[in-house]
Design a protein around this ligand. Structure first.
Ligand SMILES: [Zn+2]
Length: 463
């Protein structure tokens, strides 16, 4: 029997907006995890994509005087180009306008109906178009504004289909408490259990007024709620890998992923994902990233300026993945100068120069792996994994300072060879450890260690 692939997902990104640093953050993390498992010879299914239905998309297309499908094609393409620029190697890119996805969503809805989990009713209440979500009065801030979007919610009344979500609260609570469904970090698990304790309301899963969506197969005047449509992308992408091993999301969409998604799966009789991990958000130089503040950071521009590995390193090194943190170009430059250029770049330079100068020939070997870093990576403790690797980098620099190979070359050539061999092996370990995080740098280190020479330093001075 072939091994089930390790199945990793990112959310599919809503195409009303170009990719920004937040979506890059999630996707880089998923890429690191999948490169790690591929490096262990574990087959991987890494799925990302774009979420392309809903009123907000139709509005955005209309604002640009475009047909919806033209609009979504263009933005979806932009996401793919961004992931290519960020050196992200996914296996499957799902678009919710793909024919195969539309069919799958309709099939799963037929199944929910057969299982008597859907009924038609009247929804009367408040709706935030930006969230694509119904709101309760206590979800709003003063003046009836959406907490997230600070815009007025709409009052609507419509006949729609409901999913019997309320019936799943007890089962979900049990599955989370016993650890069948792992939600990390701990505070996100507690947040989810808090919602379940309050009880769940049935969920309106179709819309009578939204035209840009997947029609309900038995009631074609209705389209399927964009979140139900979007969540099912993970199932469309499943291949032979079901269930997902890790689903990485941002903390703002926890409720959809930790409540609605597993309830839909339970309803469909499918296994639940093993783990849902909700990462934190960052501010930009202390401010929330918003279009109004014009401080939305373009990840591709940063890659062009500092190199793709610098961005990957900074985002995962700067603060723990589950926490909130801050991004600024100044901090990124500091990391570049201190960690990449000074610590790592110099180390590689020093070791290779000495090997050449003292004509010590070292055969490529099997370097020990940095097991502690690998363990942190599997726990999505990316900052800790990088700290482990940098302990090795600093340790190697200290070894050079302590043993002074330039003195040994005069006094003890035998010891000189041993020291250089140790450093060479350390660099092999460092290079292998960096592969998931800084793939370009890792492959350059590997080529240099194998005897390839390059005039260009690994991390040139910033212009
Ligand atoms: Zn909203």
């Amino acid at each position: 029997m072939t091994k089930k692939p390790f199945f990793i997902t990112t959310p599919i990104y809503y195409v009303n907006d170009a990719p920004h640093l937040g979506s890059a953050y999630t996707t880089i993390a998923a890429d690191v995890l999948s490169r790690h498992y591929r490096g262990q010879n574990t087959p991987v299914l890494f799925v990302t994509g774009t979420d392309e239905h809903g009123k907000k998309i139709a509005d955005s297309a209309a604002a640009k005087n475009q047909k919806e499908h033209i609009f979504v094609d263009a933005v979806s393409k932009q996401f793919k180009a961004t992931w290519a620029a960020l050196n992200i190697h996914y296996d499957t890119f799902i678009r919710t306008t793909d024919e195969v996805h539309i069919k799958n969503v309709q099939n799963q809805f037929e199944l929910l109906k057969e299982k008597d989990l859907l009924y038609k009713g009247t929804y009367e209440g408040l709706y935030c178009v930006s969230c694509e979500e119904y709101k309760q009065p206590d979800d709003l801030m003063e003046g009836g504004l959406c907490l997230i979007h600070r815009r007025k919610v709409e009052e609507i009344k419509e006949n729609v289909w409901f999913f019997k979500l309320s019936g799943f609260a007890t089962t979900l609570k049990k599955l989370i408490e016993e650890g069948t469904l792992v939600i990390e970090p701990e505070r996100r698990r507690n947040e989810t259990l808090g919602w379940l304790k309050e009880g769940l309301r049935d969920l309106a899963v179709s819309r009578s007024k939204v035209k840009w969506g997947i029609p309900l197969p038995w009631d074609k005047a209705q389209t399927i709620y964009v979140w139900a449509d979007a969540l099912l992308n993970y199932h469309t992408a499943r291949a032979q890998a079901w269930p997902p091993d890790v689903q990485i999301i941002g903390k703002d969409i926890l409720r959809f992923h930790a409540i609605i998604w597993p309830a839909l799966l339970l309803g469909l009789g499918l296994n639940l994902p093993k783990k849902i991990f909700a990462h934190g958000f960052f501010t930009v130089a202390g401010h929330k990233m918003t279009k109004t503040l014009k401080n939305v950071v373009d990840p591709v521009a940063l890659c062009k300026k500092y190199g793709v590995d610098t961005l990957r390193y900074f985002l995962l090194r700067e603060f723990p993945f589950g926490d909130d943190g801050d991004f600024s170009e100044e901090k990124l430059q500091q990391r570049y100068k201190n960690d990449l250029q000074h610590d790592l770049g110099n180390l590689v330079q020093r070791v290779l120069t000495m090997e050449e100068k003292y004509t010590v020939k070292i055969e490529p070997g099997i370097a020990p792996r940095c097991a502690q870093a690998e363990l942190h990576t599997e726990r999505l403790e990316f900052d800790k994994a990088l700290i482990e690797i940098w302990n090795l980098v600093r340790g190697a620099n200290e070894l050079i300072d302590r043993e002074k190979p330039w003195v040994l070359s005069q006094t003890d050539p035998h010891k000189l060879a041993t020291v250089l061999k140790t450093l060479h092996r350390m660099l092999e370990t460092i290079g292998a450890g960096l592969e998931p995080y800084l793939p370009e740098t890792a492959s350059r280190i590997k080529a240099l260690l194998a005897g390839g020479r390059s005039a260009e330093p690994l991390f040139p001075p910033l212009k």
